[in-house]
Design a protein around this ligand. Structure first.
Ligand SMILES: Nc1nc2c(ncn2[C@@H]2O[C@H](COP(=O)(O)OP(=O)(O)OP(=O)(O)O)[C@@H](O)[C@H]2O)c(=O)[nH]1
Ligand SMILES: [Mg+2]
Length: 382
């Protein structure tokens, strides 16, 4: 018979050991945690698992001098890249405040702001005031924001008129088309972007709702990921009538670029006959620039660009990036960043797991993940 005091002592010790073990598990470095759903079990239930990782870990730091790489040896060679105009100043400042307070004040990643015309000094001063990180401002080269010689501009103008009459989103806009073509094919090669291995695309006015105590860039690098997203939706069909036939042409003429472990199943219900319009919402994306500068991606973009659909239709960079990633990357190289609460009008990704809710200021009722039209579930099941 064990005396009562010893029994209490044993129970307390067991409780204490359990507590310490749980705490130690939470501290495991990222490489020991599963932060991406494995391809063998990609069901929505995995989100609970995925959602809780990575938790606070050895990679987060409270660097008081984020600009210095020597004091932050784990920082990846990466930047935020934003295409915008002077008129977007105030929305951009609001977005930066969120990005800094939820993440970047600890990491000090630089920002690259790009515009098709030079930014004003007023704009630059007010942007610089929002961060202690390095900030660069660049102008898009004219040849990347104008008509290539093979485009018939009369036909392009007619197409815009016709799409306007049919109320196609941004159907009438010439600048929107230059923007989509630029984001599709050229931004990765801008001289200010050339310096980096990864970028996180940000748009003025978007919101970030969760405190991040991990570094998404470091996850991209250590897990050899090529593309990260938060929201997946269907594209407006009337903006891309002939996109898929050109993609099929690419698959036929460049079989060497198609990955054996691709996610074609995510974007097609019939093994590639037709496109189901699913795409990653590219206003948020974290990407490995080496893929978007690769011969495979460049061949893909060049074929689409020659076809003229950026101007004769209104192909967006979202389906272009997404189809490329789905066909040319391995499924495991694409990651759903469930931990990053994100809103771009009209939709929001709000993490639902109880542990992430503690870090996020968003209402799970607004979460678009499981909406009927969302393409997330299909992606996770691919
Ligand atoms: N410099 C510059 N940037 C642009 C132009 N048009 C759009 N952008 C940027 O390109 C990105 C996408 O444009 P958006 O107008 O946000 O397009 P969208 O996200 O499809 O649609 P909304 O956000 O609903 O308007 C954003 O970062 C914009 O700031 C332009 O004419 N010049
Ligand atoms: Mg936008």
């Amino acid at each position: 018979m064990i005396p009562r005091a010893s029994r209490i002592c044993l129970i307390l010790t067991a409780f204490l050991l359990g507590f310490i073990a749980r705490h130690l598990l939470d501290q495991l470095p990222l490489s020991h945690q599963a932060s991406t759903p494995s391809t063998s079990s990609l069901h929505s239930n995995d989100l609970t698992f995925n959602a809780d990782t990575p938790s606070s870990n050895s990679n987060s730091n409270s660097n008081s001098n984020p600009k210095s790489n020597s004091s932050n040896p784990e920082r990846v060679n990466a930047a935020f890249v934003i295409l915008l105009q002077d008129k977007d100043l105030h929305n951009m400042r609001k977005t930066m405040r969120m990005l800094e307070s939820t993440f970047n004040h600890r990491y000090g990643y630089p920002y690259v702001f790009l515009n098709n015309v030079p930014f004003t000094e007023h704009f630059k001063t007010h942007i610089r005031a929002m961060t202690t990180s390095d900030v660069k401002f660049g102008v898009v080269p004219e040849e990347h924001w104008s008509y290539p010689a093979h485009i018939n501009q009369t036909r392009a103008a007619l197409a815009r008129k016709e799409m306007e009459a049919r109320n196609v989103a941004y159907g009438e806009s010439e600048s929107y088309r230059h923007m989509c073509r630029y984001e599709s094919g050229f931004i990765f090669h801008h001289e200010l972007v050339q310096d980096y291995d990864y970028y996180w695309r940000v748009e003025p006015g978007v919101s970030f709702s969760c405190d991040l105590d991990f570094d998404p860039f470091l996850i991209m690098k250590t897990k050899k990921l090529k593309y990260g997203f938060t929201i997946a939706l269907p594209e407006f069909v009337n903006t891309i009538p002939t996109l898929w036939e050109n993609v099929r042409q690419f698959m036929k003429s460049h079989p060497e670029h198609i990955s054996k472990r691709n996610s074609l199943e995510w974007i097609s219900y019939d093994k590639g006959e037709t496109y189901n319009n699913c795409h990653f919402w590219s206003n948020f994306e974290i990407l490995d620039l080496s893929f978007f500068r690769s011969k495979a991606y460049t061949d893909f973009f060049n074929l689409l660009d020659q076809a003229g659909g950026f101007f004769y239709e209104r192909w967006g960079d979202a389906p272009v990036h997404s189809i490329a990633a789905a066909l040319m990357l391995q499924r495991r190289e694409i990651r759903f960043f469930n931990e990053i609460g994100y809103r771009h009008e009209m939709y929001e990704h709000c993490p639902e797991s109880p542990s992430l809710q503690l870090k996020c200021a968003c209402d799970p009722k607004d979460n678009v993940d499981w909406a009927q039209f969302s393409c997330l579930r299909r992606f996770l099941e691919t």
